[in-house]
Design a binder for this molecule. Structure first.
Ligand code: 8X3
Length: 254
């Protein structure tokens, strides 16, 4: 599939996997709308890559609807990369904070639902015209298993996984592919910092003693999945560092 004149929306684009995906798709010749809450954080990325910076909070119904209108009025959409999301805390179930779970559901599950619902008509139209369009969702290996302290995040990611699975059943036969990319440990600027409430030392420990994935590794997987021949759907792709066999099994040096 040629990427010439194809347009992608990437959410959570201000850092990490989102920013790397914007860079990779722009380098591959896509037009990219880079969306994130903090538009000022997108300015440098937009200047560097030529992507369009768009302020979006995936928890805001009206904001998501406005984005869909903007996309419809400015050329439509060939692919969405649902990347906005995150984890809060590493608390046992008995100690979990309901507000933290609510935030994780709101951003990971409902944010993906909101954005996907809003742009699906545009993707259907693009697919009908050009052969295929893509819904890509960045879940996590946490979408496919459990680990101690992870229940809020794993439950939300399992929800996102089932959203993706169900949408694939519902759109089978249409020119819309539904793709789930599930990364393991990825060293990004923010994921673990957010999870541990800004505790930089604790966040850094997550990636010590082995080579974690980079955001670029995941962006490469996205770019590969959306450029398969039109009849090929990469349902779900797990990608981990070589030193990781499970969320809780990482072999560290020393
Ligand atoms: C991040 C991977 O192991 O922290 O999505 O759940 S993990």
């Amino acid at each position: 599939m040629s990427t010439a004149e194809r347009r992608a929306l990437v959410t959570g684009a201000s850092s990490g996997i989102g920013a790397a995906t914007v860079r990779r798709l722009m380098a591959d010749g896509w037009d990219v709308v880079a969306a994130a809450r903090r538009k000022e954080r997108l300015t440098a990325l937009a200047a560097e890559t030529g992507a369009e910076a768009y302020a979006l909070d995936v928890t805001d119904d009206d904001g998501v609807a406005r984005l869909a209108q903007h996309l419809a009025a400015t050329g439509g959409l060939d692919a969405v990369v649902n990347n906005a999301g995150g984890a809060l805390g590493l608390d046992r179930v008995e100690d979990s904070d309901v507000a933290g779970w609510r935030w994780m559901y709101e951003v990971n599950v409902l944010g993906t639902l909101r954005v996907t619902q809003a742009v699906l008509p545009l993707l259907r139209a693009a697919g009908a015209e050009r052969g295929v369009a893509d819904v890509v969702t960045i879940t996590s290996t946490a979408a496919h298993g459990a680990y101690e302290g992870g229940a809020g995040y794993t439950a939300a990611k399992h929800g996102e996984h089932m959203l993706s699975q169900t949408l694939r059943w519902e759109t089978a036969g249409e020119p819309v592919r539904v793709i789930e990319i599930s990364p393991g440990a990825v060293a990004t600027e923010e994921f673990s910092l957010v999870r541990f409430g800004g505790d930089a030392a604790r966040a850094a420990q997550v990636y010590e003693g082995y080579t974690p994935l980079s955001a670029q590794d995941v962006a490469d997987a996205v770019a590969w999945a959306v450029t398969r021949p039109d009849h090929v759907n990469i349902d779900q792709l797990t990608i981990r560092p070589r030193a990781q066999a499970h969320n809780s099994k990482i072999v560290r040096a020393g």
